[in-house]
Ligand binder design. Sequence first.
Ligand code: 5GP
Length: 187
Amino acid sequence: MPQGNLFVISGPSGAGKGTLISLLTQRFPGVWVSVSATTRVPRPGEKDGIDYRFLTEDEFKQILDDGGFLEHALVHGKHYGTLKKYVDEHIARGEQVILEVDVQGARQVKTIMPDAHYIFIEPPSLEELERRLRGRNTETEEQINKRLDTASLELSSKMEYDVQLVNEDIEDAYAQLEAYIKSCNER
Ligand code: 5GP
């Protein structure tokens, strides 16, 4: 059976993590992406159980109290968390498990699973990030400003990760991501 690995991916909102992860699921065999729980409201087109498990504050708290989260954090005023059970199951099956979490979440996972692989996706510049966030048209002005503030803070933590990938061109960034995952499987 192939070896299971855990990859923890962070980076500012709008850096392209979602697109890169979706390419991985289409092109890289044996990849499984954890579906996080969140208390934020779905964006247009987002589906429960696919993009996130959308929970009420009470439901989130219940799972937290039951010890069901591998990590959890408050991001932009909303709760996000990784459901531990599924991550353990998929690693045990020999899959390449991907977590997309913020910097606070990645730090928590690192204390429990220091041997996991930590990847930071960065935008070419903060100006480009702002352009992408505005182009996405899914956030209000206030939310965009909040995300830009968080982005500067997150970028200052990038050296805590094993590898930093600059997403200037999506295919280039994807090739680097894939090469890194392959290299971890060859160790
Ligand atoms: P968004 O609301 O744009 O989907 O995500 C906002 C932020 O929450 C992103 O930085 C994303 O990485 C982070 N995030 C998504 N899921 C989780 C999770 O399960 N745990 C943590 N700690 N952060 C998450």
